[in-house]
Design a protein around this ligand. Structure first.
Ligand SMILES: CC(=O)N[C@@H](CCC[C@H](N)C(=O)O)C(=O)O
Length: 376
């Protein structure tokens, strides 16, 4: 498959970003492409809006899994793309899942006509950005039936150059928990604040207090994040808001800090209830466990990458990003790595423009890596 074909696939997918578990057009596109491949060695199953493709090896003693996530983000695209901008105005592939899928299809295309010795499993997984497709997929009969012995995945990294690959043994990504807080008070006329109970004021105070948790309650030698991405409340400038909602995410490197942060959120919320005479409910949404790379497999992969012409291997630090791929790694030995795509704008930025040259490079690297793995 040449690089223009890969770029075209990426651009097609870029135009149809969809929410988690609603990746209908994406699934249809992927299935159409997979159906067009030689199918002598392939078996295909769908699971929800995801797809599992098994390449049956000549001997098939082991199975190596490669996972690509397929959902988009609720971001209004602001890239300079003229011809392949998102056709879903409120959604964008701003986390590189269009790259992840294209690379998986590129590698799959090779193995559809070059039968490996062992089996390969390509996993197109929904809902990585939330509520999380990995855990229910792992529990599904479809996955159990083809469960791999080893598994890996990549994530694009705007901060690295094309040709750089970065990862580390052990902890790579943080534990995460979503955070949704609903506040209910008493609405009223803007001119009579003493008769009402203003949830805009209560929510504002809570957001400020939440920012003290990492600074004052998390061990400075550990790491934590409390980010509030959304604050909503009120209906009109001269009406006191009866309700407000705060949406955010909590991150920690250790499980103990996650527990501690949640205890502090709950304590601060109790204070708001008393102080502002309102009712507050907390919902932690979906939680992802850490991404923990298998040490022996990273030693093997880093050695392999370092020997590969045109790729620089970087031993990176852990990051506070989250990934439900961590659930695969809890059960199956494997690893995740960053793939450099050299964008001036980062992940979850409406202007993210990853360099497409990273796609053919990753396809060659992984095709070669899997050829060696599945033949050894
Ligand atoms: C790689 C990446 O950006 N992953 C997302 C995962 C989201 C987890 C969950 N929805 C949350 O917000 O806690 C990330 O934001 O790190």
């Amino acid at each position: 498959m040449n690089k223009e074909q890969l770029f075209q696939i990426r651009r097609d997918l870029h135009q149809i970003p969809e929410p988690g578990f609603a990746e209908f057009k994406t699934q249809a596109y992927l299935l159409r492409y997979i159906d067009s491949l030689p199918n002598e060695y392939l078996d295909v199953q769908t699971w929800e809006t995801g797809i599992l493709v098994k390449v049956n090896g000549k001997e098939g003693n082991r199975t190596y899994g490669y996972r690509a996530d397929i959902d988009g983000l609720p971001i209004v695209e602001q890239t300079s793309y003229q011809t392949f901008r998102s056709s879903h105005p409120e959604f964008m592939h701003a986390c590189g899942h269009d790259f992840h899928m294209t690379i998986a299809l590129g590698v799959l295309t090779h193995f559809a006509s070059h039968q490996p010795t062992d089996n390969l499993l390509f996993i197109f997984q929904p809902a990585e950005e939330g509520p999380g497709g990995a855990l229910p997929l792992l529990q599904s009969e479809e996955f159990k039936h083809w469960r791999p012995d080893e598994i890996f995945a990549l994530h694009i990294a705007p901060e690295y150059k094309v040709g750089q690959v970065a990862t580390k043994p052990g902890l790579l990504f943080a534990n995460t928990s979503e955070l949704f807080i609903d506040l209910k008070g008493k609405g009223g006329h803007a001119a009579y604040p003493h008769t009402a109970n203003d949830m805009v004021v209560a929510a504002s105070s809570l957001v400020t207090q939440l920012q003290t948790i990492v600074a004052r309650n998390v061990d400075p030698l550990d790491s934590g994040v409390v980010t509030i991405g959304v604050i909503k409340g009120g209906t009109k400038q001269n009406i006191i808001a009866e309700t407000a909602r705060i949406e955010g995410t909590i991150r920690s490197l250790s499980i103990e800090s996650m527990q501690r942060i949640k205890e502090r959120v709950e304590a601060l919320v109790k204070g708001i209830e008393v102080g502002y005479e309102c009712e507050v409910t907390i919902d932690y949404g979906s939680n992802y466990c850490q991404v923990y790379n298998d040490e022996a497999l990273i030693a093997d992969f880093s050695h392999y990458v370092s020997e590969w012409d045109g790729i620089e291997y970087i031993h990176c630090q852990e990051a506070m990003t989250g990934e439900d791929f961590g659930y695969f790694l809890e059960q199956i030995p494997g690893f995740m790595f960053w793939l450099g795509v050299d964008s001036a704008y980062g992940l979850h930025d409406a202007r993210l423009e990853p360099n497409e040259e990273a796609i053919p490079l990753a396809v060659s690297l992984l095709t070669d890596y899997l050829t060696k793995k599945a033949a050894s």
